[in-house]
Ligand binder design. Sequence first.
Ligand SMILES: [Ca+2]
Length: 371
Amino acid sequence: MRIDEVVNETDTVEPRPVPLILDTDMGNDIDDALALAMIHGLQSRGECRLLGVTVSKDNPLAPAFVDVVNTFYGRSEVAIGMVRDGKTRDERTFLRPVVTARDNGHPRYARTHPTSDYPEAVRTLRTLLSGERDGSVVLVMIGFSTNVARLLDSAPDDFSPLDGVRLVARKVSHVVAMAGDFSPDVQARLTLENREYNVHQDVESGARFFHGCPVPVIFSGYEVGIALPFPARSIEEDYGWAEHHPVAEAYRHYKPMPYDRPSWDLTAVLHAVRPWGGYFELSEPGRVTICPEGTAHFAKETKGLHRFLVLPERQRPRVLNEFVGLCAQQPPHCRRRCAHLAPAACAGRCANEAAVHDETRLFTTPQGITQ
Ligand SMILES: [Ca+2]
């Protein structure tokens, strides 16, 4: 599919559940955690379907945190894949306090996978893609390109007779990537000082993926998210429906509160699920080149597969408002299972009971949903 077809199609179709795969460096910054919460909020509203999450940060607490969040939202079926020999092994500040939190001797947050032996990410990506309809999957990248570059280089296997490039070309509609900085000032003078984190942490993989990706890529640059500070006030006020909320708790651990953190990764998610929303404008088509020193250069090109998001000033309050509301969205399964309880009474309790939070099990347990 060419990029103008993506744009034209998404401009006119009605909203529908978008099949998503999220590739994240969960743990390096708090916007990844908010982005995952936002995806769950959008899925609770029927707007997307999270197929899987692959983690590019090489620390076992990173997929464990993803597991905690998915389980909290009652979506144990979401696949999780983990990089091998990846970048950034340090824990940083919020993964361990949330994953290992205990109350009265029991884990505060349940996990679906009892150990940290998560499948390798490329295997997960190939498995997920091979099972989806052709041209349907939107790949959201909010970290380094380690996993997706290896995906392109992957060979045919038991899941698909296609190599990585052909598998992506067959199954992926387009990619939305938080990467680069496409503000006019930076593009006019690329320097080591204005390299964007996701690109320069793994330059080789970024070049491999963005230069070789066979489907359109829409970039959300550094300049978009920096203009959208997520309000600490929302963390303090909007999550009371759960006794403990793993993402709100992570936010408090990331840095001393209160602080408003830029919403880089959330911008990619919002555009991936609601490209029709009018939140952002799109650049002309072109080609992004990843330079050896870790900068990303955009050049207009009529048939180029790349575009980048532009945030109109008038849309800033509206986009922030969507971020706040979607991240704090309560999952509907709590209301279903605990319909006999007031929402405030149900949320914290059943959020900690992973087994009964499995949505499939909710509808198949012979004893009924109150078991
Ligand atoms: Ca990230």
